[in-house]
Each structure stands twice: as C-alpha cells, then as structure tokens.
Design a protein around this ligand. Sequence first.
Ligand code: OOG
Ligand code: NI
Length: 306
Amino acid sequence: MSASSLPQSRLEVLRAVLGGLMRRYQQRVPDVAAVFQAMTDAGLIGSPDHVENDHIAFRTMGVPQLGIASLERIFVHLGYTRRDPYSFAAKKLNAYWYSPPAPEFPRIFISELRVHDLSPQAQAIITSYTDEVAGDPVDHLDLSDAAAIDAFLHAGLWRLPNWADYLRLQQESEYAAWVIYNRYYLNHFTVSVHNLPEGYDTIASFNAFLNARGFRLNDSGGEAKTSPDGLLLQSSTVAALVEAEFAGGERHRIAGSYVEFAERRVLPQYAHLPRHALRREHRREGFEANNADKIFESTYRHQTSR
Ligand code: OOG
Ligand code: NI
C-alpha cells in the first residue's frame, strides 16, 4: 500500500505510537539524551527532533501466540511492509525488517527467539511466563487507538520474572534473559549519520566523535560493522545497566537498551547525484545479517561488563 492510499488517521496513530516508544526509551536509556546533547553542543543538530531515525528494533519470544507474527500485526496495520528475513543460527534468532509507509518514519527490525531450539529447562522457564498470555494479544487490541497500542507495548504481558530464572536463561541465551525482563521496550533507535555535516557523516568519523566524548561502543567484530558491499555501516553503544525490580522485590542491575548509529552509502548507480539531491531511495536499503549478529551483543555481558 502506498502512503497516499492509507487513511491519514493510521499515520497519525503511528506517529503517536512511535512518540510513546521514544519517550519511554529516552527516560530509561541515559545515552539517548547524552547523544542528543553531544550532537547539539557540536552544532550537528539544532534540536533532538532534527535527528534522523534510521530504524527502531524490538525483541520477542518466538512462541505461537507471541513472537514476530503477533507484534508485526500492529505495524503492518499502521502501514509497514514486511521485507527480508534474517536467521542467526548460533544465537537461535529469526528476524525481519519492515519498510515504513512514508520516508519520514523509521524502518523497523523485529527479531524473535527460537524458543524450541533451547534446552527443555530453558523452554519450561520461558513458557511458564508466556503461557500467562492465553492467545495472540493483538487479537484484542484496537489498532485504531494509539493510547491502547501504547499501553499494550509498555504493559507487563507476563509476571515479573524471578532472579533465578533470569540467571538460568542468561546462561543459555542472553537474548532470552533480556526479553523475559524488558519485553517490548524499545531495544534501540538508530541515529542516521550520513546526512550530518561533513566530518561527522560517516560511521568512522562519528565513532571517533562518540569515543572522544566518552561513549562506550560495542566492539564485537570491531566498532564499525560493515556489510560485504561496503554500503551499510553500523555501530552501537553498549547497553547501560538499569536497576530492575524482580519478583519478591529483589533488585538487580541488568542490561537495558542501547543506541545505534548507521551510515547508508549512496548506491553506485546514483553516485553522480549532488549531495542535496540525495534521498533515502538513493542509498543502501535493508539490513545485513553479519552486522546485526554483532549488534545483538550490545546487551550481552561480555560487552556490558567490559
Ligand atoms: C537487534 C540487532 C540487529 C541491526 O540494525 O542490524 C540490529 C537487537 O539487538 O535486537 O539492530
Ligand atoms: Ni539496529
């Protein structure tokens, strides 16, 4: 469906849902405001609304009533189109990316844990939580109501996990532990760097800018992750630890969310275009499995405890 054939109200709902996600995320992830402040201080942006958001990402539990198939329905209803699949064998994850109904909106990346590939014990822990969700919860959601979608994305889904279950899941899958606690909280948003002023418009130069200001970057596979065609370059901060309340009122510091940065280079067939004529469609689209594989590790202990 093209943007013009979508009733305007869906795009308004989408705008409100994305706004709610970003607001919660910004409150929870100190790096977001810190990145905006650093960019403003350096004169790279006039205000945080000038930041171009390349994409946002969610993580899900791949059980029949949840997972990608459930969560994607919200965004497909709001005008997104499912695009390429990705598979991460070692991490036991599947993912898709979704293109937005209009270029002003971010792409979306949704992944899911292949729960059935985990040990019987880990599966039993996960389903003891996810079984509290009786059917696909999106069936009962009014997708024309932004406030209802916002409440759903930030609601419990299942009971507060206990610390022992979190630790047991973490031994087997860092991703599983992250989702059992964080659920549909935004996993990251992504600052697009290629339209920033010269000297800051590549991942290499932007990483140098971040390092000079004390941001800690995920160094799994190197700080800059580069697609084989050389046209999609990505980096990310290491997720800060957040104080989290577990069952019984126990409190522990666990990985929250992180911030990503992306440079999409101009496709060879548009290399002749002057900078001011460049639009999103002239640049590398989609995602890259090998980049993503390393970016997932932004919430993994070997990065967060470095
Ligand atoms: C998603 C990691 C992959 C990308 O842009 O390739 C990714 C995650 O950590 O859940 O964001
Ligand atoms: Ni990403």
